[in-house]
Design a protein around this ligand. Sequence first.
Ligand code: LMR
Length: 392
Amino acid sequence: PFSKLTSQPNDPLLQLITAFSEDPRPHKIDLGVGVFRDALGLTPVMRAIKAAEERLLASQKSKSYLGPEGDKGFVKAIAALLFGSSLPDRFIDGIQTPGGTGALRLAAELLVRSGVKRIFLASPTWANHNAIFRQVGLEIIAIPCFDIINQSFNLAGFIDTLATASSGDAVLLHGCCHNPLGIDPTPDEWGIIAQHIAKLNLLPLIDIAYQGLGSGWSEDAFGLQTVLAAAPFGILTYSCDKNFGLYRERTGAVYVTSPDQEQLDCILSNILCLARTNWSMPPDHGAALVRLILEDKELTHLWRTELEEMRRRTLSLREDLARLGQVGHINLAPLTQGKGMFATLPLSPNQVEWLRSQHAIYMAHSGRINIAGFRDGDVERFGTALKSLIAA
Ligand code: LMR
């Protein structure tokens, strides 16, 4: 029965995890998969999460089913942090999902169910975005609008391509800390993007997986709030992998915004059907921890303090990298303008491979680096490796 299948390659990004761990060179540097690391290269469980785990262990009375919507307290708490009181004219509801990927998959299926045929997205984007949308049969229209040499966003180019969209098409936006570029629109640019989306009657799908790691907790929500206030309907997908350090716990959510309650109820009923047939119910542990943190002032303070430390670490690493300046055709100085954990350098796959074989530096084939992957002293070594690459 499986004779029609052809073998599929392993995911190249996830493969880096194994390749790195099997590399015996002690000086190896892991800039691959997007996991936050401290100055020693470790990803400890966040302090607030540890404290919430103790409380959960002591207080949880049952592991009985919750339902396809997951932990409602979690969904409500994240919504409060995301939207605050910024959308007075919108009705909002959502459900918990297995990670941001589960949220995206569900959103993609919802688009297809609603008759959406095309999705526009600024390119390059997270590789799994393309794979998920392709898998459900959506046509992907890539908008080339990033200048990697100058690390800048070309708003005019973005708007020009967006103008070719038809009413009812979807458009994917990264809420903050663009993956893989780390280049976000400015607040003014968000305003212009929102106006165009509303004027063209497009359906925005905003994916946010790094809230709090860019410009700050509320600043990082500005773009999504601006767009969702302008468009009558919108979808938002959320991940707690990075900002709560919950990676393997698969903790995320999907929200819908609507101008009236009746349509929102109908959309949500479809979301619940999709969840039921995909995973029935999301895993509980991570969401329960986030809820415990966000419902408690002391734990919220602990979590925000650590998140801010993480954010500052990426900022200071960006400054260290920027001090390397111009290395051949690679200008690292503009990296201070970027946001979040990622930046993409103008490196070919062969150059990426060379850095890995000669210097034990691991990064995605696209030239994306996880800035949080630099331990103390690594940036200098990275600079030396780039210089030898250019000289080779
Ligand atoms: C990344 O982009 O490295 C992370 O979001 C991990 C993933 O699932 O790709």
